[in-house]
Write a protein that binds this ligand. Structure first.
Ligand code: ACO
Length: 321
């Protein structure tokens, strides 16, 4: 049985950190409102020269270093983003070039906040099919560039950043390290609840993020708890077997409600939304990297990744670290 085993993780954040109080000088909001409704206290915002590709490259480099590998060891890059540097070429190809890679496949996946789950599942399937041996899977975003800074209901929620995994196809065994299972879903009928009001084929403009926050909240809790149960059932595990949940960092109240629905204590949930805000496709690998580097996630731990985003799209993956 071939398993995709996680060899290293990395992350990158923009230079500028913007606190709620600083944001309140520009937007009609308050630290108290943002904190109470979302748990967010600050976010990182990309400045001049910082793009999705530059953040993705920095995260990928850190993941390669962590794995003790170089770009010469890699034969696939899958990058999840909803904020590519350009409509095309794919940001993954730019990252490949910036890392000094050549020839092997590199492409983007667009599934918004659940993009990293889609990218990881795709790379995992390609590794298990023998199409590649070692992949860098990246989630990278600069959502600050598609926010309507006049819309206080959305602009306070998001931040920029990137996270990356290096995974390798290895001969696996039950109970061994690697990705155990994953599930992906989409429900296109809800496209108008969370979307960007522009695009190359419609307005010819990039557009801005629009969201019906309450409806997103309701769907997120239902869909996430159901996909977590689905992955656990398929793999023959119980919620109590999980050492860590690394969720998409949308909102502390969504994390809390989802954990409660599954009977999981919040102590097992990795929370970084307070520091990073919602970084869309970057949030799961960013949070995972933080929890590895601070010593929480250890080799052998059973870890559940989960995310939901615009589309709607959602998914979960269970892995042994
Ligand atoms: N500062 C101060 N007041 C605000 C702000 C703000 N930033 N934003 C909205 N308000 C006001 C509104 O104008 C409204 O005022 P009113 O009662 O006088 O009309 C009041 O606060 C309540 O507004 P609601 O939008 O109803 O607030 P709600 O309690 O629903 O909270 C929130 C909004 C935090 C967005 C919530 O709906 C939520 O968490 N939704 C989930 C959305 C999410 O996380 N999306 C991320 C992308 S999707 C994903 O990643 C899963």
């Amino acid at each position: 049985m071939i398993r995709s085993v996680l060899l290293g993780t990395g992350s990158a954040l923009p230079r500028d950190c913007v606190s709620n109080a600083e944001l309140a000088k520009r937007v009609d909001t308050s630290d108290e409102w943002i904190r109470e409704r979302t748990g967010i206290t600050q976010r990182y915002i990309a400045g001049e020269g910082e793009t999705t590709a530059s953040l993705g490259t920095a995260a990928a480099k850190a993941a390669l270093d962590d794995a003790g590998l170089s770009i010469a060891d890699i034969d696939l890059i899958v990058l999840a983003t909803a904020t590519p540097d350009n409509t095309f070429p794919a940001t993954a190809t730019k990252v490949q070039h910036q890392l000094g890679g050549k020839g092997f496949p590199a492409f983007d996946v667009a599934a918004v906040c659940s993009g990293f789950l889609y990218a990881l599942s795709t790379a995992d399937a390609m590794l298990r099919a023998g199409m590649a041996k070692r992949a860098i899977v990246i989630g990278a975003e600069t959502f600050s560039r598609i926010l309507d800074w006049e819309d206080r209901a959305t602009c306070v929620l998001f931040g920029d950043g990137a996270g990356a995994f290096v995974i390798e196809a290895q001969d696996g065994q039950d109970g061994g390290a690697g990705i155990i299972g994953s599930k992906l879903h989409a429900a296109g009928e809800h496209g108008e609840i969370l979307y960007v009001d522009g695009g190359p084929s419609t307005t010819g403009e990039v557009g801005k993020l629009r969201m019906k926050g309450r409806e997103v909240f309701r769907h997120a809790v239902t869909n996430l708890s159901s996909v977590l149960s689905e992955v656990l059932d398929d793999a023959g595990f119980q919620p109590a077997d999980i050492d860590w949940v690394v969720p998409h960092q949308a909102n502390l109240r969504i994390l809390d409600a989802t954990a409660r629905k599954l009977g999981l204590p919040m102590e097992k949930v990795v929370v970084t939304v307070d520091r990073h805000a919602n970084t869309s496709a970057a949030s799961v690998p960013l949070a995972y990297d933080v929890a590895v580097k601070d010593g929480r996630i250890k080799k052998g731990d059973l870890v559940m990744l989960e995310a939901m985003g615009g589309g709607f799209t959602w998914g979960a993956a269970l892995l042994r670290a």
